[in-house]
Design a binder for this molecule. Sequence first.
Ligand SMILES: C[S@@+](CC[C@H](N)C(=O)[O-])C[C@H]1O[C@@H](n2cnc3c(N)ncnc32)[C@H](O)[C@@H]1O
Length: 173
Amino acid sequence: MEQKTIQTMFSSKSDKWSTPQAFYDELNKVHNFTLDPCCDEESKKCEKFFTEKDNGLQQSWRGETVFMNPPYGREIKKWLAKAHSESKNPNTKVVCLVPARTDTKYWHEHCMSADKLYLIKGRLKFGDSKNSAPFPSAIVVFDSESDRDSPEVTAMNSNGKPLWTLKVTKSEV
Ligand SMILES: C[S@@+](CC[C@H](N)C(=O)[O-])C[C@H]1O[C@@H](n2cnc3c(N)ncnc32)[C@H](O)[C@@H]1O
């Protein structure tokens, strides 16, 4: 890979990590998404979508089944906060594809209180790239219809197929 391509891929400024279509299709079979809140005309995954011009962070996601693959820069924490809070509306589910940055404050504030976590085995190949991403990914599901107080944790293949589930309960240590 050329040095320039590597620099762009590794930069936190890059927010164009388009979801691999086959991976999205696998998740869509399960969830039937109705809204992509962060995309552009080329990368949109649903008929209903918001681009940077609309500013998806300022729109309502109420009543939607949302597929959210947000910009991966510093703004990511605002997107996870938005996903978490929108999922408190009735009939609202937000499925997030995010880097598995389990050391961050926003991971602990939001993802650790999600309803489901899918930890992806292997690395995704975003967009048209032949190369795997330089970071691990996870699917984080916030679902208004769930009554869980701790996430169900599932291992997932990089083609979007679940492998096995770990039942966990939340307790003080
Ligand atoms: C990681 S890409 C994901 C694109 C697409 N949703 C997908 O899954 O392939 C993030 C996208 O969010 C868009 N974006 C950035 N800021 C935004 C905003 N405030 N509102 C809506 N979209 C935004 C970027 O232009 C980029 O296309």
